[in-house]
Design a protein around this ligand. Structure first.
Ligand code: FAD
Length: 495
């Protein structure tokens, strides 16, 4: 990046204005804030050079041919390391946490949420490996993603939770306990055999690796919900169809079919039965703030295009001269800001929690081991042993408490509902006020409107997110249960 990069200067000014809390954080952690600003700057450049020129044409093309996938746009993102933003530095990633990823999502989605969601769904696929502390897969899969990215070869990931008969039910423990599931995994020597279907899986048709969560016993789904890492070349895995979508079309949503698909023991993330508690709940605590940022970015994009339209004069007078348009602009701006602060707060609360684990002595010590040791076969065997897996769980429970992560889940669920509703509210208002205008601005706003709806649906519908806020923050019936060392109470020893 050249010295005195004008885009960097503009973005720094904008980011510090949009996130007033960062000004204070910058006084104590200037390098951290500069890394965030640099990421937003890269997203802004990506928007200008690649996403904006392609977005409308791609949206139209995918309406005609939903099997098409814009690999060129994914490859264009590699120079900015968009596939490694969430990958820890110790395995060659950028090492950004939730705040960085959320800021990136807002920026990208202010131009095209479909393209952005390819990177978003990829990060969702990474998150089960991160939160389960699956060090074996950090060294193999995550390192492969980061390394191949540097070599110009994209390795995409996806996360598959939803089943044809269980969407909302698969995202919350009380509901999962009573869910009607169609997919299951059976234990066989050396691994598991997966049978059934997953549906609506973002990136499902293009991902090299997909995290698949399913029950071992459909009569006891909560107790047996388990996370597996599936490679697209595994026998018995196929993609029967890609959905036709109304919005966010650039990111394909696919049905996945498992027919006696054998997955080896080492591809289980964490332990049998960990899939929902704490597995999925930790993933959602981490991922809902960036999804809230997707909604915020869509709302911001609609607002910015509406503002351009409002400034365009007709016969010496522009819509912005009318008080009703001024009030609408103020209302939109207010809602975008509130949604932004909600996701920023949620992301910060998750990072504050996770950061304690990552900056703790045990994780730092592992990171200090020579790479040759960490990537050796012997170390892989150690990482995959029950003792090491229990050790990782114990480290997490020693540094953070169930209360802290439950609060982070409540914050991210709150932000997600606000972000999705804001995207719908602002894009609808802009579209209604523009009327039947045929200009370019309206074409963009119409796309933002179609892109917005999904933000109320995925990552738990907004109804479910509200229920999560109620259960975790009002009546205390939902708690993220961390697994402490044997003999220690939850959160004991927390710092
Ligand atoms: C384009 C797209 C991409 C997606 N990407 C992914 C992905 O990458 N990975 C993945 O695993 N999933 C993905 N999903 C699935 C998404 O998470 C689910 O669609 C969502 O969880 C809702 O599930 P459902 O569609 O089965 O609706 P249902 O669960 O059947 O819900 C229908 C309606 O009933 C409401 N409802 C259900 N139960 C309750 C309740 N107990 N109380 C109150 N209201 C309730 C819901 O809020 C909703 O309004 C995607 C979906 C779409 C459309």
């Amino acid at each position: 990046m050249p010295e005195g990069d004008p885009l960097l200067k503009d973005v720094r000014k904008r980011v510090l204005g949009d996130f007033p809390a960062l000004q204070e954080i910058r006084r104590r952690r200037p390098l951290y804030v500069e890394k965030l600003v640099k990421t937003v700057r890269d997203c802004a450049e990506y928007n200008q050079r690649y996403a904006a020129p392609a977005a409308l044409e791609l949206d139209w093309r995918m309406e005609q041919d939903h099997d098409y996938f814009a690999w060129d746009l994914v490859k264009a993102g590699l120079q900015y390391r968009f596939l490694s933003l969430a990958i820890p530095g110790m395995v060659e990633g950028v090492g950004g946490l939730t705040v960085m990823f959320a800021l990136a999502m807002e920026e990208m989605c202010s131009t095209c949420a479909g393209i952005a969601n390819i990177f978003g769904a990829h990060a969702l696929g990474i998150s089960p490996l991160l939160v389960s502390g699956a060090l074996a897969q950090w060294e193999t899969v995550l390192r492969e993603v980061a390394r191949k990215e540097k070599e110009g070869e994209p390795v995409l990931m996806a996360a598959a939770i939803t089943e044809p008969s269980a969407g909302t039910d698969a995202e919350e423990p009380h509901f999962l306990a009573k869910a009607r599931l169609s997919m299951n995994a059976s234990k066989v020597p050396g691994g598991y055999v997966l049978n059934g279907r997953k549906c609506f899986i973002s990136n499902g048709s293009v991902a090299t690796y997909t995290m698949v969560a399913c029950a071992l016993d459909r009569e006891r789904p909560l107790e047996t919900w388990t996370s597996f890492l599936v490679h697209r070349d595994m026998e018995g895995f196929s993609v029967p169809r890609v959905e036709e979508k109304m919005g966010q079309r650039a990111c394909p949503a696919a049905e996945l079919l498992f027919e006696d698909c054998f997955v080896p023991d080492e591809n289980v993330l964490g332990f049998e039965g960990d899939g929902m508690q704490p597995g999925t709940l930790l993933i959602l605590a981490a991922s809902r703030a960036p999804v809230a940022a997707i909604g915020t970015g869509i709302a911001r994009g609609a607002y910015e295009w509406f503002l351009r339209w409002a400034r365009r004069g007709k016969g010496g007078r522009a819509p912005i001269d009318e008080q009703r348009v001024q009030m609408a602009l103020a209302d939109m701006k207010t809602r975008v800001s509130l949604a932004r602060w909600a996701y920023f707060n949620a992301a910060l609360s998750f990072d504050a929690t996770l950061g304690k684990v990552l900056s703790g002595v045990p994780m730092k010590a592992i990171g200090l081991l020579p790479r040759s040791v960490r990537t050796s076969e012997g170390m892989q065997r150690v990482y995959l042993s029950r003792a090491a897996k229990r050790g990782v769980e114990g480290i997490v429970a020693a540094y953070i408490t169930s209360e802290e992560v439950t609060k982070a889940l409540a914050n991210s669920s709150l932000a997600k509902a606000v972000g999705g509703d804001t995207a719908m509210y602002v894009s609808s208002m802009a579209l209604e006020m523009m009327g039947a205008d045929q200009g370019e601005e309206r074409v963009w706003v119409e796309k933002f409107f179609r892109d917005a709806k999904l933000t109320q649906i995925y990552e738990g519908t907004n109804q479910l997110n509200r229920l999560t806020v109620f259960m975790s923050d009002v009546d205390d019936s939902l708690r993220v249960e961390l697994k402490p060392f044997i003999g220690r109470g939850p959160g004991k020893g927390a710092k």
